[in-house]
Design a protein around this ligand. Structure first.
Ligand code: ADP
Ligand code: MG
Length: 700
């Protein structure tokens, strides 16, 4: 149960004065931490300002620079309404010792203007100055106050990332009301740590970010920001450590087979393992031999050959007579893993099965019976594998492909299906070390750093959509030359219908222009339809595959050499890199065409540039963090570190290390979080939405 002290923070935003259903909906779409639930007051308070306006800046009219936000102490001179019925704005002139300025208004009520800017009186006016024909003006000043009311204007005003339809004033009002509900919470950090860092309490810190007194107060290095970032990191590390220690408690099994099956698997491959593949396999063999559970992350760029490593690992437990499972994030990928593993498994005598959500009840029953009887050694599937009903005779190793799509609890659910189940997580996202910690917690890591031999680099170009015809012409030539082409169109949920129409349209145009059949794959098709389309493309029946981003992860057609990414400006860097990794898998030179619709925004331009400059996944991941961390993409929750609302992977990496040690120490001394501090830490876990971990405590 949630600690009652948090009740006021977990109340829906619509309970705040001034927040009606319309604003509540906007805030929910923008900020809610859980889908299907109205944004809470905590969600609102965790939305922190990204910059401030310093209204103490009072240079005087003549010394105000174009574009600056300034506060002026002026005497109101004259009102000049525009001609009746005309479109000209309403103007008011004013002056100070240094010069004069015009305030400009469109569609404002005259009686309000006369009351707010009374002729001949002194007013404190604040807003943005613009110079126009060498004269200063201010369009719709933010404040105009009598000198004795000037206190009502904040000296330093927080500015928040915004969403369409929400006005800054509305958000500020809601925020002020939310701050009134912020209770004093029990302290979950230890005294020494607080004193050493001179950190304020949680309440003080959060209040200070929303009511900054200095620009520096809201910078990621400020004591306030650091304290909150640390709280969030500690919550996350504590949750991950709880999961981990729970898994350890469940105990592992030492598996030390002779390695003959693994050697046979490697032996039937048409290539030899790269050095890093071989060393990853060694890491895994050593883990499996330990009596504790394996929790290892296998990190390798797209095309680095993770699947083979997984299969080698699986062979090791299968040799002992136990079973393995490989879980893929999508139907297509599960089928593809199944297809590529089948011939190898057949040769070495591993009994392989496929299990997905699309299986008929009968197919599923048969698979289930065989799993229980131990007649299947290895099952490949989608999240259908998690489902409570699937059982195993003796599940020993679970391999999870592309972990970032699965949550910690899902991983746990699967590994609870056997005794001492070992877990290998594979990700193609080349997450920097700091993020591995934040997303995966205390896992061991193996990295595939060298590409399989013979790979040719991929040439990347960016081209405006205006040149579509030219690109189609070149694609035609490439096909005539025997090449295969992916053509990717974006699909975003909000505009799914429009995007789907665009994909179908593109498919039609390509068939017309290229005068041949083109395959099409998108999320609305059935598994069979998708399969058939992929199969046509793989076998060469068709030479072009138009797809939404369902091909993003892991799809393997080694002889595809060109990928066209339409509306590349709408994709993030990591996604672009993943997509590009679909080509360059064979021994032929490949290319990637980033088709963009101009004009390009600054961030989108930077992304495309990076893509053209490098193929290095780790470098791209770092640039990605920088671009997103910079908060350029205002108004989206994309900015910042994924999974975190306050902490930033870049700026708070050092705090992360401390939080990890702290979490470890806490669980060593208070494994059930039953002390007074332990109970405060439970509050912390709830506060940052990591309460899933608390349920583990009770279960144990
Ligand atoms: P990813 O890491 O993206 O999952 P895959 O496991 O799909 O990569 O491997 C990509 C391709 O590279 C596959 O066609 C696979 O057979 C091939 N491959 C894997 N390891 C090697 C190797 N050591 N030498 C040559 N080709 C390899
Ligand atoms: Mg893969």
């Amino acid at each position: 149960m949630r600690p009652p002290v948090l009740d006021s923070l977990f109340a829906p935003v619509s309970t705040l004065p001034g927040v009606g259903p319309k604003i509540a909906k906007l805030l929910t779409d923008f900020l809610a931490s859980q889908p299907d639930r109205e944004a809470t007051i905590a969600d609102l308070l965790f939305h922190i300002p990204h910059t401030v306006i310093d209204r103490r800046h009072r240079p005087g009219i003549a010394y105000s620079e174009n574009g600056d936000i300034v506060t002026l102490d002026v005497t109101i001179d004259r009102h000049m309404p525009g001609p009746r019925g005309g479109r000209a704005p309403y103007r008011i002139t004013a002056f100070d010792d240094t010069g004069s300025i015009t305030f400009v208004f469109f569609h404002s009520r005259r009686d309000w203007l006369e009351k707010t800017f009374p002729e001949g009186e002194r007013r404190i006016v604040s807003g943005k100055v613009e110079w126009f024909n060498e004269r200063p003006q201010m369009v719709h000043p933010d404040y105009s106050l009598a000198p004795d009311e000037a206190d009502a204007m904040p000296q330093v005003e927080p500015v928040y990332p915004m969403t369409a339809g929400l006005s800054p004033k509305t958000l500020q009002k809601a925020m002020a009301a939310a701050l009134d509900k912020l209770p004093e919470l029990p302290e979950w950090l230890n005294d020494a740590h607080l004193r050493q860092n001179q950190w304020p309490s949680f309440k003080e810190a959060l209040t200070a970010l929303h009511r900054p007194e200095e620009r520096l107060d809201i910078s990621p290095e400020s004591l306030f920001f650091q304290r909150l970032a640390y709280d969030e990191l500690l919550a996350s590390q504590l949750a991950l450590s709880l999961v981990r220690s729970k898994m350890r408690q469940l105990g592992g099994i030492s598996r030390k087979p002779s390695g003959s099956l693994q050697r046979r698997v490697v032996g039937v491959l048409p290539f030899s393992l790269t050095r890093s593949q071989a060393s990853a396999v060694e890491d895994i063999n050593a883990d499996l031999a330990e009596p504790t559970r394996m929790l290892r992350l296998l990190q390798g760029d797209v095309g680095s050959g993770k699947t083979v490593v997984a299969l080698a690992a699986l062979a090791q437990v299968i040799e002992t007579g136990a079973q393995g499972a490989l879980m893929a994030p999508t139907e297509i990928l599960a089928r593809q893993h199944f297809a590529s593993m089948s011939p190898i498994c057949e040769k070495v005598g591993i009994r392989l099965a496929l299990l997905t959500g699309k299986d008929t009840a009968k197919e599923r029953r048969i698979t289930q019976e065989k799993l229980d009887a131990g007649e299947i050694d290895l099952v490949v599937g989608t999240h259908a594998l998690f489902q409570g009903k699937v059982t195993f005779k003796d599940l020993a190793l679970v391999v999870v492909d592309e972990q970032h799509r699965f949550g910690v609890h899902q991983r746990l659910a699967l590994s609870a299906k056997g005794q001492g189940v070992d877990v290998l997580v594979m990700t193609a996202t080349p997450i920097p070390r700091t993020l591995v910690l934040t997303c995966f917690g205390d896992m061991d890591v193996s990295r595939l750093t060298d590409k399989p031999a013979g790979r040719k680099p991929i040439t990347t170009v960016s081209v405006s959509l205006d040149r579509l015809d030219e690109i189609i012409g070149r694609i035609g030539a490439a096909i005539a030359d025997g090449q295969k082409v992916y053509w990717v169109c974006p699909l975003v949920e909000e505009s799914e219908k429009i995007d789907l129409a665009a994909v179908e349209d593109r498919h039609r145009v390509l068939e017309q222009e290229l005068r041949q059949r083109v395959s099409l794959v998108h999320g609305r098709m059935s598994a069979d339809e998708k399969d058939a389309a992929m199969q046509d493309f793989k076998s060469g029946q068709t030479r072009v595959l138009v797809a939404t981003t369902v091909i993003e992860v892991g799809v393997d057609v080694p002889d595809a050499t060109i990928i066209v990414i339409e509306h590349a400006e709408r994709f993030g860097l990591a996604q672009l890199h993943q997509l590009r990794g679909r080509v360059g898998r064979g021994d032929k030179a490949s290319s990637c065409v980033l088709l963009y619709k101009g004009p390009l925004g600054e961030t989108a331009g930077a992304r495309l540039n990076i893509m053209r400059q490098t193929n290095d996944g780790f470098l791209i991941a770092e640039e990605d963090l920088k671009l997103r961390g910079g908060g350029e993409i205002l108004g989206t929750r994309q900015s910042g570190t994924p999974g975190f609302r306050i902490a930033r992977a870049e700026e708070h990496a050092d705090l992360m290390e401390v939080a990890r040690d702290d979490a470890r120490l806490i669980l060593e001394t208070d494994p059930e979080l039953s002390t007074e501090r332990g109970s405060a830490l439970r509050t912390l876990l709830y506060l940052f939405g990591r309460d899933e971990a608390i349920r583990l405590l009770r279960a144990g």
